[in-house]
Design a protein. Structure first.
Length: 287
């Protein structure tokens, strides 16, 4: 899933000492109702924009993941992208839901690549991405053991994600969530993760800081299932049907971030959830 929208126009690569996640909190004066509305507005407006693009007569085709395709076709191919990220793995109940969704998606588009359930994750904070491993190792070294421990230390109040909804995109399918309305939201957690990097002297160089909480569950590796306008219309309609099912039957599902597994710092070729190495894994959140 590709998202390039920055909060308040800030560029995370040059944000320096400014915490870009603080910008939204300042704008809404810390009101969690407005934080949730911002995340909801982002995903609704993004879906509308993507739907228009996908169904346009000028649509040129899906943004196929060529690196993933090469990895699947050539066992000797090596992904050149190395990253350093802070992840949260979904709970067993969320994974069970994703399993059901993937079955529905496969019926709509048999040639999709599906993220293995054990590799599912949400990126709480992308620290650095798409660089040689040497650069990643330098950042890990700068963070140090104490900084790494601080990064995976969860707040005393758990952050909850609710109300799952599928994204509509030209490159992948993601399951998005909203922060709940509480004193400490998922957005506060992202802000604190950024602050812990800053405290260790690490400059966060993320691709995006959009108000989004999502897990990628499938990627496009071929055009076959969407090669005509009629097929694309059927695909978009199928996604909307799944979203209606989610609203009807899974409105109350809750994901406590860090439950069952704590936060995880991962480095290396982690793009598809299973490669790379774990630097440190935190303790599960108490709730």
């Amino acid at each position: 899933m590709s998202e390039s929208t920055d909060l308040n126009g800030l560029n995370p690569a040059v944000a320096g000492p400014l915490n870009p996640f603080e910008a939204l909190l300042d704008t809404v004066d810390g009101d969690s109702n407005q934080i949730q509305r911002t995340y909801q507005s982002h995903r609704i407006q993004r879906n509308l924009k993507q739907k228009v693009a996908l169904l346009s007569s000028e649509f040129k085709g899906l943004n196929v993941d060529t690196i993933l395709k090469q990895l699947l076709e050539d066992p000797n191919y090596v992904d050149p992208r190395n990253s350093f990220t802070l992840w949260a793995r979904p709970t067993s109940s969320v994974k069970a839901l994703v399993d059901q969704i993937q079955v529905k998606l496969k019926a709509l588009a048999p040639h999709l690549w599906f993220m293995p359930l054990e590799h599912l994750h949400t990126t709480v904070l992308e620290i650095i991405h798409s660089v040689p491993l040497e650069r990643v190792e330098a950042v890990v070294s700068l963070l140090g053991k104490s900084g790494a421990k601080a990064a995976v230390r969860l707040a005393s109040k758990p952050a909850r994600l609710i109300r799952p909804m599928l994204s509509i995109d030209d490159s992948a399918v993601a399951l998005t969530f909203l922060p709940d309305i509480s004193d400490y939201t998922y957005h506060h957690l992202r802000r604190d993760a950024w602050e812990r990097m800053k405290a260790a002297g690490v400059l966060v160089e993320s691709r995006y800081i959009a108000p989004s909480a999502h897990i990628t569950i499938a990627r496009f590796i071929v055009q076959d299932d969407h090669r005509t306008g009629a097929l694309m219309e059927s695909w978009v309609r199928g996604l909307e049907d799944i979203n209606e099912w989610l609203r009807r039957d899974y409105e109350d599902i809750e994901w406590i971030v860090g439950a069952e597994q704590g936060l995880i710092l991962r480095k290396g070729r982690v793009w598809y959830g299973g490669g790379g190495e774990t630097v440190i894994q935190g303790e599960p959140v108490a709730f």
